[in-house]
Design a protein around this ligand. Sequence first.
Ligand SMILES: N=c1c2ncn([C@@H]3O[C@H](COP(=O)(O)OP(=O)(O)OP(=O)(O)O)[C@@H](O)[C@H]3O)c2ncn1[C@@H]1O[C@H](COP(=O)(O)O)[C@@H](O)[C@H]1O
Length: 110
Amino acid sequence: MSDTDTLTVLHRLSDLLKQRRTADPEKSYVARLYSRGTAKIAQKVGEEAVELAIAAVQGDRDDIRGEAADLLFHLMVLLEDADLGLDDVAAELAARENLSGLEEKRRRTP
Ligand SMILES: N=c1c2ncn([C@@H]3O[C@H](COP(=O)(O)OP(=O)(O)OP(=O)(O)O)[C@@H](O)[C@H]3O)c2ncn1[C@@H]1O[C@H](COP(=O)(O)O)[C@@H](O)[C@H]1O
């Protein structure tokens, strides 16, 4: 696998986000986010999601790519802050395989 392979990049970032838990907030953006707390991290995820949504509507693919990276990065910080990782999310998605979203909604709605 190459250094830019999708899963390799995500795992490398995931490992870095773990290491940053004990880093100096003066020297690391991620450590600063952790030190500002869960509400601040959640706020950043919300902001980045809105920025991505706006980029999607405007339709500039470079902007969409950049904003999607910002959102994914901050989402991974949020997961690490919650003691969760991409593996947990992948397991959730795997459990949903073979069940259509429409069928899931039908089962949920009385
Ligand atoms: N992928 C990213 C990444 N993407 C975006 N960002 C930062 O996210 C910030 C978002 O910009 P904003 O203006 O919204 O942030 P802000 O001004 O601090 O926000 P407010 O506090 O004012 O709300 C910018 O500072 C970006 O540089 C990232 N910072 C770090 N990483 C990765 O995380 C690693 C560890 O980073 P450090 O912890 O800083 O060493 C890096 O090596 C990168 O791999």
